[in-house]
Design a protein around this ligand. Structure first.
Ligand SMILES: [Zn+2]
Length: 272
């Protein structure tokens, strides 16, 4: 049962171990199996700290009393927009189980994002803010987000107050994760701190435009476009390169996506 061959795609989950979180260090070996109601799970041993763990340790599947496939199906249903109550009815699970699983999946997805999301090319970032209510509805909170329009990648978001500091954090976080291989085309709404932050962080190495929508009774009655950084020629060049934009525009898609995300959470209301 004690096999000496080392496993390269596993890392030690023990935070106190010298090889914690590092794979390919020759410290993990296969260490038999333990039995489940259906099937079995492999066990591993870290030769450095002698900790025994299984293939589910440090994953969202750890100690769930159902199959990993069922967990995946629940997550997929949620991604498709099915709410927790419906998932619990479809899959014959309690609402609390579904809620707990989705929370775990969310934490794992965030961890994965943090680890994997680096070095992408910043091309057409678009920042936006929305206001939503939490719990008592008397408290409101802002979600300031940034989306890469061409890939729909969501590299960064900040939850908190709508102010200069949080806008700066949003862009700093994006800059750290990305690579500036090309001149990015940045679009935002008319919220004042954007211009200050973008001038400070990007200088003249970007094209930055604001798209300001004036709404009346939930309808957009006017759209104003302002070029803040860059010449008309550079904007034309950026739009020429763009796969998604032919004019300076903010994609409504972002708002709809966030709308869906928040509606799915319950009876929260969205204000722009
Ligand atoms: Zn270890």
């Amino acid at each position: 049962m004690y096999r000496k061959s080392s496993v390269i795609d596993r890392s030690c989950p023990n935070p106190e171990c010298e090889f914690h979180g590092q794979s390919k260090k020759q410290n993990i070996i296969k260490y038999g199996y333990f039995k489940l109601k259906k099937g079995r799970r492999r066990r591993y041993l870290c030769k450095a700290c002698k900790r025994v763990f299984c293939s589910n340790t440090s994953t969202p599947y750890y100690r769930i009393h159902h199959s990993r496939n069922l967990f995946d199906e629940v997550c997929m249903l949620s991604v498709e927009g099915v709410n927790k109550s419906s998932i619990s009815r479809i899959k014959h699970l309690s609402w609390n189980t579904v809620s707990r699983w989705l929370e775990r999946a969310c934490i794992a997805a965030k961890r994965c994002n943090r680890g994997m999301l680096k070095g992408f090319t910043l091309r057409e970032p678009q920042a936006d803010e929305i206001r939503t209510f939490i719990k008592t509805k008397s408290q409101s909170v802002w979600i300031i987000t940034l989306i890469e329009v061409w890939s729909r990648l969501w590299p960064s978001y900040i939850v908190g107050k709508r102010n200069y500091k949080n806008v700066r954090r949003l862009f700093q976080d994006t800059i750290v994760k990305s690579e500036m291989n090309a001149e990015p085309l940045i679009t935002t709404d008319g919220f004042k701190p954007y211009a200050r932050v973008i001038k400070r962080l990007f200088g003249c190495s970007c094209v930055y435009g604001q798209v300001i929508r004036t709404r009346r009774k939930d309808k957009v009655i006017r759209v104003d476009r302002k070029l803040i950084i860059g010449s008309q020629q550079r904007l034309d060049n950026a739009l020429e390169r763009s796969e998604d934009s032919s004019i300076l525009a903010r994609k409504e898609l972002l708002l709809t996506e966030i709308d869906e995300m928040i509606k799915e959470k319950g009876e929260d209301k969205v204000l722009y």
